[in-house]
Design a protein around this ligand. Structure first.
Ligand code: COA
Length: 179
């Protein structure tokens, strides 16, 4: 299907099963160059689907010829990262005048990796956040996500370890001004 256009739309509740499958593949395969197997297993406790993002209408999916190629969201809520099951969630609404919009839940199906899907979703997220008045975007990146965000203008502000999955997983807090 190479060469066919990438199309985007907002995720719907009936996408949940397909999105969950895509995330499983992305987490399991695309983190291999960056993490040890035990860290990848532990990262599953910290990553995954956040249904709130679908309900909020901020979650984009990208398809090519009807196949799900990737997904990713921005958010006007305080949670920085994590799926439905992850600890430390905060659904409080952010103030666009004071707070940075969040970028969340970016996953590309391995069959579509390095074809610009992540870059496209990030642009859609930034445009939508800007349209709601946010002038900054912030995120917590996996090591697999860091090169994408760096290529798109995000700068690392803090490196830390999340060991809530039982094994230390390195993460990077990153931010960007939305001009
Ligand atoms: C991170 C992720 C979403 C990137 O998706 P993608 O669709 O392959 O990214 P893109 O094709 O848009 O990449 C754009 C640019 O980012 C950089 N980049 C992306 N993946 C990279 C990698 N594995 N190594 C080095 N640079 C990379 C490159 O500069 C790339 O441009 P290029 O291909 O022209 O060199 C994908 O690797 C993924 O799903 N990873 C596993 C889940 C995960 O960790 N998600 C991030 C959560 S914060």
């Amino acid at each position: 299907m190479a060469g066919q256009a990438l199309r985007h739309r907002l995720a719907r509740p009936d996408d949940v099963a397909a999105l969950t499958g895509l995330m499983e593949r992305a987490i399991g395969e695309l983190q291999k160059p960056f993490l040890e197997p035990a860290q990848i297993a532990a990262s599953r406790a910290l990553m995954g689907l956040d249904r709130q993002l679908i309900e909020d209408g901020t979650y984009f999916v990208v398809e090519q010829a009807g196949a799900l190629a990737g997904c990713g969201s921005w958010s006007r809520r305080a949670t920085l990262y994590g799926g439905d099951h992850a600890p430390g969630r905060d659904a409080a609404l952010l103030d666009p005048a004071r707070d940075a919009a969040r970028v969340r839940a970016m996953y590309t199906h391995p069959a579509f990796a390095r074809q610009g899907v992540g870059r496209l979703i990030l642009r859609l997220c930034e445009d939508a956040a800007r349209a709601e008045g946010f002038s900054r975007a912030e995120l917590v990146a996996t090591l697999a996500g860091e090169p994408l965000y760096a290529a798109c203008g995000y700068r690392a502000s803090e490196r830390f370890i999340d060991d809530r999955g039982g094994v230390p997983v390195p993460l990077v807090r990153m931010a960007k001004a939305l001009q």
